[in-house]
Design a protein around this ligand. Structure first.
Ligand code: COA
Length: 157
């Protein structure tokens, strides 16, 4: 049986515009087909309705993970805009911790997200955290792949 990876020693901190370079690098590594244009990245890191956290390691606070959540209070719903972990740090609980932080950090009852249908790893993470499949958006992603929309009720009003 393979030896399990040690759990990473990381911390979660609020993220902001000064993280743009590290977040861009992480997004390009994580989403080669769907990397955001710079202007969208600036929005995600600065708009007041978006909450964001980073996972960092070491004294130099090297960024190893990132999550952003678009909170739409009028609709009483939040959307996970992105979640990514550095390829060398995956499988150590960082993605799960970022999701947990985001779920406790929003003040709306419902969280939604979309993912490529083929992204089995992400879908496994979301299902583990209690997200359910609620919709499919045909040909949503570059290259024509469908999006799977998933939802979790965080609390009931
Ligand atoms: C999806 C992603 C964020 C997961 O982050 P991670 O830190 O590796 O995930 P964790 O170690 O916290 O794992 C949490 C759960 O996810 C699932 N999971 C993680 N890696 C997996 C793998 N290789 N295969 C199957 N399931 C996996 C498991 O359910 C795991 O729970 P477990 O450890 O109890 O088995 C990461 O793989 C990533 O950055 N992928 C590229 C970007 C991406 O696809 N983001 C999602 C876009 S919608």
């Amino acid at each position: 049986m393979p030896t399990p990876l040690p759990r990473a020693t990381f911390r979660l901190l609020p993220a902001g515009l000064r993280d743009i370079s590290a977040v861009r690098d992480l997004e390009q590594l994580s989403f080669p087909l769907d990397a955001w244009p710079l202007i969208e990245m600036i929005g995600v890191l600065s708009l007041p309705n978006v909450l964001r956290w980073k996972a960092v390691e070491g004294e130099r606070e090297e960024l190893v993970g990132f999550i952003a959540v678009d909170v739409r209070r009028r609709q009483n719903i939040a959307w996970i805009a992105t979640v990514a972990v550095h390829p060398e740090r995956r499988g150590q609980g960082i993605g799960d911790a970022l999701m947990a932080e985001a779920e406790t950090g929003v003040d709306v009852p419902r969280m939604r997200l979309s993912t490529r249908m083929s992204n089995e790893v992400a879908i496994a993470l979301y299902e583990k955290r209690g997200y359910q499949r609620v919709d499919v958006w045909p040909r949503y992603y570059a290259g024509g792949e469908d999006a799977l929309v998933m939802e979790k009720w965080l609390y009931h009003e």
